[in-house]
Design a protein around this ligand. Structure first.
Ligand code: PMP
Length: 364
């Protein structure tokens, strides 16, 4: 096999970013917009950063068609802090918070919620090793008398994704979209709260984007610490304290790049093609075996196995020698995982597919 010149980074996050974005950030790094110093050196209350913040919010609002009664926030603490902030802000006395447990990230969210409020698990994929999400009609305890219903739209480790979302009359839907935000068009009005760590589809690690319906932020009790209230950050436009200036700037560049690609419709079409090509290659023979139930397959994290763990090791080693990096499955599940977020070009997926065919020919 010939070593290819271009390196394709399939890491699950922090993940590959668009080359155009990296280059623009590099060009602007020392002197942002002719101000004579870096965006990292500007006051978060100064004009330069204030316009970055506004443009970034505008881009997100435009791309996702976020309705006017929702706020867009840039918070810290990772998606993991949202596991606690969600119940702290949205749980209403006596009304259970409903959770679908579809993998490690929801298991962690449930653990946090249980410390804070009455929590009911409406679905657990554990007995199926989280390889399927299942039919909403089979979920249990789906009562309308609930604080909210919580899902993780894309399960980064298990490689499953919601292709449509449950609806529960009068119950706000909360979604952890860390690993598929901005990968497809969505009707935001169906959600009460969306959050996403930026480091997969939006930018570097260090900022979490939150989209919240404003009335839900009013539920919070006074005793919740100030920094942990969504209402604080809504009132202060994400500048109650110093926001993560550089990550927000990078999210601005990435969202600009998405607009240049033709917006979410165009990005979704490319993502569909990338995922379809890769799953077709997996399904073409018995050598590779997709791990997720077919109906729930993720278009962002494609997980598969080879006939033996030894072959998997060999596959990962040779892939790396061919500049296909970061394909190791999560340590909790093993196997292979190709993370093909927005910034992974079709040519990267094609290079992986070619490598898979060559590897199979040599080893089957
Ligand atoms: N949710 C999902 C779906 C994730 O994939 C991750 C990180 N991989 C997290 C939450 C946790 O994010 P963070 O590290 O930003 O806390």
């Amino acid at each position: 096999m010939n070593k290819k010149d271009e390196v394709f980074n399939f890491y699950p996050g922090p993940a590959t970013l668009p080359q155009e974005v990296i280059q623009k950030a590099q060009k602007e790094f020392a002197d942002y917009d002719n101000i004579g110093f870096s965006i990292c050196e500007t006051s978060h209350r100064g004009n330069a950063f204030q316009s970055v913040l506004q443009n970034t919010k505008d881009n997100i609002r435009e791309l996702l068609e976020v309705p006017d009664n929702y706020s867009i926030l840039f918070l810290q603490g990772g998606a993991s802090l949202q596991f606690a902030m969600t119940p702290m802000n949205l749980a209403v006395d006596d009304k259970p918070a409903l959770y679908a447990d579809t993998g490690s990230w929801t298991t962690k969210a449930i653990k946090e919620a249980k410390k804070i409020c009455n929590t009911k698990v409406v679905y657990s994929g554990e007995e199926h090793n989280y390889q399927q999400i299942g039919n909403f009609s089979e979920w249990e305890n789906l009562t309308s008398d609930a604080s909210y219903l919580y899902v993780c739209s894309n399960n980064t480790i298990a490689g499953t994704q919601f292709h449509y979302f449950p609806e529960l009359e009068g119950v706000p839907l909360v979604a952890d979209m860390s690993s598929d935000i901005m990968s497809r068009q969505l009707d935001i009005s169906k959600f009460g709260l969306i959050f996403a760590g930026a480091q997969k589809n939006l930018g570097p690690a260090g900022v979490t984007v939150v989209i919240i319906r404003n009335d839900l932020a009013e539920r919070v009790k006074d005793e919740v610490p100030t920094m942990l209230k969504y209402s604080t950050h809504i009132d202060k436009d994400s500048a109650f304290n110093t926001p993560p200036v550089f990550p927000v700037y990078m999210v601005g560049l990435v969202t600009e790049w998405i607009k240049d690609q033709g917006g979410l419709q165009a990005v979704e079409e490319i993502n569909n093609t990338k995922a379809a090509n890769l799953y077709d290659r997996i399904d073409a023979t018995d050598f590779y075996r997709g791990t997720a139930a077919e109906a729930d397959r993720s278009k962002m994290n494609v997980t598969f196995r080879l006939p033996s763990e030894d072959l998997e090791k060999q596959f990962l080693k040779e892939a790396e020698e061919n500049n296909l990096i970061g394909l190791k499955g999560h340590r909790s599940v093993g196997g292979v995982r190709a993370s093909i977020y927005n910034a992974m070009p079709l040519s990267g997926v094609s290079a992986l597919i070619d490598f898979m065919s060559e590897f199979e020919d040599k080893n089957s």
